[in-house]
Design a protein around this ligand. Sequence first.
Ligand code: PMP
Ligand code: GLN
Length: 387
Amino acid sequence: IQSKLPDIGTTIFTVMSQLSAENQAINLGQGFPEFNPDEKLIDLVNKAMKEGFNQYPYMPGVAPLREELAKKMAALYGAKYDSLNEITVTNGATEAIMAAIMASVTTGDEVVVVQPCYDSYAPSIRLAGGIPVYTSLTPPNETNPSFSVDWDRIEASITNKTKLLILNFPHNPTGITLEKEDLDRIEQILDRHNILILADEVYEHIVFDKKPFLSLASRPAIAKRAFVISSFGKTYHTTGWKVGYCYAPSELSKEFRKIHQFMVFTVCSPMQYALAEYMKDQSTYSNLSNFYQEKHDLLFNGLSQTKFKPIKSAGTFFLLADYSAMSSKNEFDFVSDLTKQYKVGLIPVSAFYKDPTSTEANNNLVRFCFAKYDDTLKEAIQRIKDI
Ligand code: PMP
Ligand code: GLN
């Protein structure tokens, strides 16, 4: 057969997890929590199974879960979505991203993506016949120790062929978040250009320094032209369950659901009922930022004692660190050698760029995932402290 994605191999996350396993390394690469979900949530899944929720559920997601998602959206972000027509439960955010792109992008349409970016965006755009148009965040420099968003640069990549702009905040891999002024800028961009937004908000419940998360759904002018996507994977330590969701106005949701029903039709039934019951209690997600802030600080402080130069994150369960004081290797080689020699697996940030070998992609930065037990993080720091 003729490959539709000839240049695409296995994802960097799988490659680096395999390398970690082969080398018995501590895997701080691929982003997944080391801990189990709350027993209560597991019990609720069992309960749902025993109560007979084991057959095909309603295609867009079971009513109790869509209703809870509508309530949460209204309570946290003041956004009103009709649970019947505007919320769809998906197989993780990954399926939601693909379905939103398939629903909105046709042959020759341009889609703006901001590098470094999550690896599923560009292949999804290409499979829909679209053209990924790459722009970039500004890398850390003397005046700003972390990555930053240059909205002028993003706006300059929008043409009359642009259909969609993909934004992801809190941002994987840089950990940056948006401020009110950024949301103003997005509104201005939408005023000037007839485009849609895909907001990937899977880290919505992991924002540090007691700051509230500013969902793009909180601005009606953005929400009415956006697919707002998130996932229970990061929120409840259930990345392996693959349950996510997409909020979008009914005319967008209608097209989204046509794709969803033929990609997967529906999502695991007992998980949906269990999640609906569990999320009624806000404390199941409202403490997550504090939980991860401690781990962020532990890793940040630990790395500060090594030759790595860590960069503070504002959200997500990732942080970046500069290794230029210890090596001049490119990011991929540095990470591979570190995994083999020092038994700590990481992700090269260059993997989040269109061309990982380009100068732009190589800033001597690696990504650490700190969704791990404190002892795991301490052991990893111990292993790299004398490099
Ligand atoms: N978007 C981003 C930015 C992610 O980091 C991830 C996974 N870590 C996803 C989407 C995919 O989420 P899911 O596992 O729910 O498909
Ligand atoms: N999103 C996770 C990460 O950034 C991994 C997801 C995956 O392996 N596809 O590490």
